[in-house]
Design a protein around this ligand. Structure first.
Ligand code: C5P
Length: 413
């Protein structure tokens, strides 16, 4: 699987002859497994019809800010939140100027302003428009705001001139878009993640489990891989595709999960316990299917091992991040769990009211010994990226402290 797989991309097309190349870009992104929502300005629709983009993206193209039908399906703010990245390709001099000034007079510019997703532009214009001081200063402004500028290339232009201002080719744009999702904050680190529910057998056909979908753990595996880590994902039974580049080990019960974790722990630098491990299991599951003869059935349950606490208690424990799903007193309970389990960080979320389990969105309060940070409501993938960044910071400062202490001890034998 590709790094762009399942990424939600808004491809914003403005009015320029290079718009025809964006049709091929949609195909490429789709082939990589990305979901692509095309948004066009009115001028763009003069060059390529929305129908072409609709056929290639598999989604109706959005062109109007005030389209009641389209807004009823997904409002523009919702669409802005939906995106994992926005790429404006081709980006005309006009749209580039509007983005620099923060205008929001059409759907495209409104989305760019209303989204916190990374924004990239692929300028395409006549060479003199490109080198005009107005365009240059707009570009400088965008760069100071971390807008990524893809290209432009040099060569023959549709207007008959030769010079800088050609939109990059679809292949180059797809590569650069992929690079947006990669960073190096966990380069070379070995990360083990547990995810999903565990299933505890009652008899050969029945089990005790919970509603965990595994989405958060899988999103963390993708985000850690994008941060350069070498990721092992130990998952209970879920209906999810393995993220690109991740080594996956499937387990069913808590006992199996513990065994798989311990088999990998000596080669783990960071352990993330995201699984919703069943707290109890049957002492002795029935070997044949239970009959429903009796009016009452008593199931003798015993406590499962606490995988995270066992890992944290190891003499050479890796850096540990746990999760806490709380219905009340989130901060108090999460901090108590951080201490009780002896872990480095904990990410807590409120559960209930359709929040937390089996949803695509969530919000997290993250705590560590000397600090805390709120990650507001976002898609699990966006949350995972933000959480991996926080984790990398804490991991880094802990490693530095350990290193410093080791140096002091070396100097004072
Ligand atoms: O104690 P509680 O179940 O609330 O703790 C939740 C955290 O501990 C999660 O990170 C979960 O993955 C981990 N856990 C575990 N093994 C268990 C129970 C929870 O690793 N048996």
């Amino acid at each position: 699987m590709d790094i762009l797989a399942n990424k939600r991309i808004i491809l914003a097309v403005t009015g320029g002859i290079a718009a025809y190349k964006s049709a091929e870009l949609v195909r490429r992104l789709r082939r990589c497994g990305a979901e692509v929502q095309v948004v066009m300005t009115q001028a763009a629709a003069e060059f390529v019809t929305p129908l072409t983009f609709q056929a290639l993206s598999g989604r109706p193209v959005r062109t109007e800010l005030f389209d009641t039908d389209a807004e009823a399906a997904m409002g523009h703010i919702e669409l802005a939140r939906w995106a994992d990245a926005i790429l404006v390709a081709p980006c005309s001099a006009n749209t580039l100027a509007k983005l620099a000034q923060g205008l929001a007079d059409d759907l495209l510019t409104t989305l760019c302003l209303a989204s916190d997703a990374p924004l990239a532009i692929a300028p395409a214009m006549n060479r003199l428009m490109w080198s005009n001081p107005a365009t240059r200063s707009n570009l400088d402004l965008l760069q100071t705001r971390d807008v990524q500028i893809f290209g432009p290339g040099d060569g023959d232009q549709a207007c008959g001139e030769t010079g800088e201002g050609r939109m990059l080719e679809p292949e180059e744009l797809a590569d650069k878009l992929e690079a947006i999702f990669k960073h190096h904050t966990l380069a070379g680190q070995r990360v083990t993640i547990t995810a999903g529910p565990t299933c505890e057998a009652i008899d050969p056909v029945r089990f005790i489990s919970n509603r965990s979908s595994g989405k958060m753990g899988f999103a963390l595996a993708a985000a850690a891989t994008e941060a350069g880590a070498d990721v092992t994902l130990i998952s209970g039974p879920v209906q999810l595709e393995t993220p690109a580049g991740v080594r996956r080990i499937d387990v069913i019960s808590a006992t199996e999960m513990l065994k798989a974790v311990m088999a990998n722990i000596t080669t783990t630098d960071i352990f993330i316990a995201c699984a919703a491990v069943a707290d109890y299991r049957l002492q002795t599951p029935a070997t044949s299917k239970l009959k429903k003869n009796a009016e009452e059935l008593q199931l003798g349950l015993i406590k499962n091992p606490d995988i995270l606490a066992e890992v944290a208690a190891l003499p050479e424990a890796p850096f540990t991040l746990g999760f806490a799903a709380e219905t009340e007193d989130l901060k108090k309970n999460a901090q108590a769990k951080l201490r009780a389990k002896g872990i480095d960080m904990i990410a807590a979320n409120q559960v209930g009211h359709k929040q937390g389990f089996d949803t695509d969105h969530n919000a997290l309060e993250v705590f560590w010994q000397s600090g805390q940070h709120s990650l507001p409501q976002a898609s699990k993938y966006k949350l995972a990226r933000a959480l991996i960044k926080l984790l990398a910071d804490q991991y880094d400062s802990k490693s530095k402290t350990v290193h410093k202490t080791e140096n002091i001890n070396d100097q004072n034998p």
